[in-house]
Design a binder for this molecule. Structure first.
Ligand code: G4P
Length: 529
């Protein structure tokens, strides 16, 4: 085994999109290319459907199924590709944010008719902040949609990206003829016969060749030449370095459903997308090819078997090799742990694995040792950065509805928060607990799980909060901070890590507070330098 070669083989990435843009369909087609699945439809089951928003039992069931598909790995050419599933459902956006801490690159799927949508904006912003390399895939070209140039403008403006098209459509919707692949300099003709795997590819180095007219017709040929001229005039040439630094985003066009343009995307992806990247820890930067294993937990999945309270912690290996039965230091707890059956993921299956490499995801059975963000090492004290909390959208008091079960309730709340289901805030004034979530749906999930897994009952009470802000005083001993704490006492709480949080009840009060206490910084995420 050649350690460095194994690292160079890995491509770990996530696909992000607004629901319905075609993420699931694209994932499935990529797996088909990799031979990891034999038929379409295999990944679909994993999807949390819109119709299920009022039926959390169904969502839980689907989350159960999605364990196996949380990581979809397959081989393509000589590369090992790990796709990390990112739930599209907006109530699970926090899950997606966390998963983005474990990817080395991202593919953004955009619907040609709808353009840039809300969820895409949020997710891309997180990737942009982290300088994660992104490729954009504009999907559903078989349908009538926005003009390609308008879309490129929209992507630049709304997402703040610097794009350069690597393919360009010839017609669209009814007139859709195919794609000119700028990267490979060839034309792919769309047969319209959907779900066909084989496309007709015609090499086309020289666009002035009159053959072009014969293939796509006079009008389309003239338009294509014009468009390509415009592209080379307006957009910068593709630069792999700029892409890897997060400063340029190549764009592909296609139709995932028709398996069109997907191979081009995949072929370019494996060529340009980064292998496992070095990662910043609080202490230092850790290089992927260091011999000592380090990794961090980015996701915890519970409730696979309702009879056991077991959980699966997903660890991204950052450096070194993760080996079965070898003791690793659980940095937060300061104790050594061994794992006799670490899981690796392949296509839709998971299996026990002896050794995993940087870029790989290992699933560890856990009985409550892990929290999101925990680090495992071979002894060194390393804390990985980059798993911030964002302000939740909803806030409610949680009350104990069965005084005999206070202990169970507290334990349940603790463990569910460790999993990252929601955020807990404890009020400074009276110690009451407030649960903050991204979607209202989580309250039902929490209530249900507390009852079925911990035997505890809870009720909720509204707690109107506009935004949670993490507090950072310039000088903790200042008069100003003391006054802030005194005046705002009612609105102050501690989060799970003990950080001070200001729960502003309106946009107005937030603004006033910022003006009145300029030396008390209010941050919208829990992580700031
Ligand atoms: P998501 O995971 O991003 O939420 O999207 P998903 O892949 O489920 O796709 C959403 C819908 O868009 C699906 O239709 C899917 O078949 C369709 N779709 C995906 N790619 C294309 C494409 O290239 N062209 C066209 N015309 N449609 C596409 P649905 O009716 O909601 O689902 P289904 O019941 O047909 O599976």
């Amino acid at each position: 085994m050649n350690f460095k070669k194994e690292i160079a083989k890995r491509r770990t990435f996530g696909i992000i999109s607004h629901p319905d843009a075609g993420k699931t369909t694209l994932t499935e087609k990529l797996l088909l290319f990799g031979g990891a699945i034999q038929e379409a439809g295999a990944v679909k089951n994993n999807k949390i459907r819109k119709s299920a928003t009022s039926d959390f039992m169904e969502i839980e069931r689907q989350r159960g199924i999605s364990v196996a598909t949380s990581v979809l790995a397959f081989l393509y050419r000589d590369k090992k590709i790990n796709i990390l599933d990112t739930p599209g459902h907006k109530d699970f956006a926090e899950d997606t944010f966390r998963t983005l801490t474990a990817v080395d690159s991202v593919i953004v799927v955009i619907d040609v008719a709808k353009g840039v949508e809300e969820q895409t904006e949020k997710l891309v912003e997180v990737c942009r902040m982290r300088k994660i390399p992104m490729i954009v895939f504009i999907n559903k070209l078989d349908r009538e949609g926005k003009d390609a140039f308008d879309l490129l403008d929209e992507v630049e403006q709304k997402l703040g990206l610097s794009v350069t098209p690597l393919s360009f459509p010839i017609g669209m919707g009814y007139d859709f003829q195919g794609i000119y692949n700028i990267y490979e300099k060839n034309i792919n003709l769309f047969s319209g016969d959907s779900k066909k795997n084989i496309e007709e590819t015609i090499a086309f180095d020289d666009l002035s060749n009159p053959e072009l007219e014969k293939i796509i017709g006079n009008k389309a040929a003239a338009t294509l030449r014009e468009n390509l001229e415009l592209i080379s005039g307006v957009y910068p040439d593709f630069s792999k370095e700029a892409y890897l630094e997060g400063n340029q985003q190549p764009v592909f066009f296609g139709s995932a459903l028709n398996n069109f343009g997907v191979r081009e995307l995949l072929d370019c992806f494996i060529e340009i997308a980064p292998p496992p990247r070095d990662k910043k820890a609080e202490e230092r930067v850790v290089k992927a090819d260091e011999k000592q294993m380090t990794g961090f937990v980015f996701k915890i999945h519970a409730n696979m078997d309702p009879k056991h309270r077991d959980r699966l912690a997903f660890v991204k290996v950052v450096s070194g090799t993760f080996e079965r039965n070898k003791p690793y230091l659980h940095v937060r707890q300061g104790k050594n742990l061994k794992f006799s059956s670490p899981n690796a993921f392949f296509a839709e299956k998971k299996e026990v694995v002896d050794i995993s490499f940087p870029g790989d995801i290992v699933g560890l059975h856990d009985t409550g040792n892990f929290k999101i963000g925990d680090t495992l090492t071979e002894g060194e004290v390393i804390h990985y950065k980059g798993i911030p909390s964002f302000s939740p959208e909803h806030f409610r008091y949680i009350n104990n509805a069965d005084p005999m079960k206070a202990k169970q309730l507290n334990k349940g709340i603790d463990q569910l928060m460790d999993e990252g289901v929601a955020q807990l805030f404890t009020l400074e004034l009276n110690g009451r607990k407030v649960i903050g979530t991204v979607g209202a749906l989580q309250y039902e999930v929490i209530q249900y799980r507390l009852e079925h897994e911990y035997g505890a009952k809870c009720t909720y009470e509204n707690f109107p909060v506009h935004k949670a802000c993490w507090v950072e005083p310039e000088d903790p001993k200042s008069e100003e901070f003391a006054e802030f704490k005194r005046v705002k006492q009612k609105f102050l709480a501690k989060d799970k890590r003990g950080q001070l949080v200001f729960l502003a009840d309106s946009a107005f009060s937030l603004q006033m507070t910022q003006q009145k206490y300029p030396r008390v910084k209010l941050h919208f995420t829990s992580e700031f330098d």
